[in-house]
Design a protein around this ligand. Structure first.
Ligand code: IMP
Ligand code: MG
Length: 181
């Protein structure tokens, strides 16, 4: 295990099970619909690539990017869109995919933008849900695991752009970010 990690929250095997379960559920729920998967960069990359391989339906895939925490460990609710998707979403049922629902500011802002672009519906899939952190009015339709209010890294989750490539999700030792502040 990486020395900066105090505890593994979700193992690599469990990640495989969660993405399979959610992908199969999404396959059933979106059968017959025009599915458009929108991933939120950069955190979604591992989850979206694994999840989408378990979605056995024709679909489009594109990405958006919102401003990040700017190096800290809490969200301020001030969202800037850095990369958008082009064109109308009329006729599409959108599956918005992100790594985590924490305060919910990022996903509620992006969900509203996608509805304004004409999406018939917007459903939300996240690998992790931190219900204790919620501030915006949003619920995820598909959740891998509920996690406690701790700062996690790995499988796409970063701290200052590090640790994304860990094959599991772990709790980052407090010393790592407290000594940097
Ligand atoms: P929000 O607070 O729900 O708007 O989440 C914004 C973004 O913060 C998420 O998409 C993640 O990229 C990031 N984030 C939230 N919690 C964590 C965490 O524990 N580790 C790493 N990134 C996080
Ligand atoms: Mg993110």
């Amino acid at each position: 295990m990486n020395k900066d990690i105090s505890e593994i929250l979700v193992t690599s095997e469990e990640l495989g099970e969660h993405t399979r379960r959610l992908g199969e559920q999404i396959t059933r729920d979106f059968a017959g619909k025009k599915l458009f998967i929108v991933g939120v960069l950069n955190g979604c990359i591992y989850f979206l690539t694994d999840l989408s391989r378990h979605i056995d339906l024709p679909c489009r895939i594109d990405f958006m990017q919102a401003s990040s925490y700017g190096g800290g460990t809490c969200s301020c609710g001030d969202i800037t869109i850095v990369k958008n998707i082009s064109g109308s979403l009329q006729g599409y049922d959108v599956l918005l995919v992100d790594d985590i629902l924490d305060t919910g500011y990022t996903l509620s802002c992006i969900r509203d933008m996608l509805l304004k672009k004409g999406a018939d519906s917007v459903s939300v899939a996240v690998l992790l849900d931190k219900p204790a952190g919620r501030k915006a009015d949003i619920k995820a339709d598909y959740v891998g695991v509920d996690v406690p209010n701790e700062f996690v890294v790995g499988y796409g989750f970063d701290y200052n752009q590090r640790y994304r490539n860990l094959p599991y999700i772990g709790v980052l030792r407090r010393e790592v970010y407290e000594s940097a502040q």
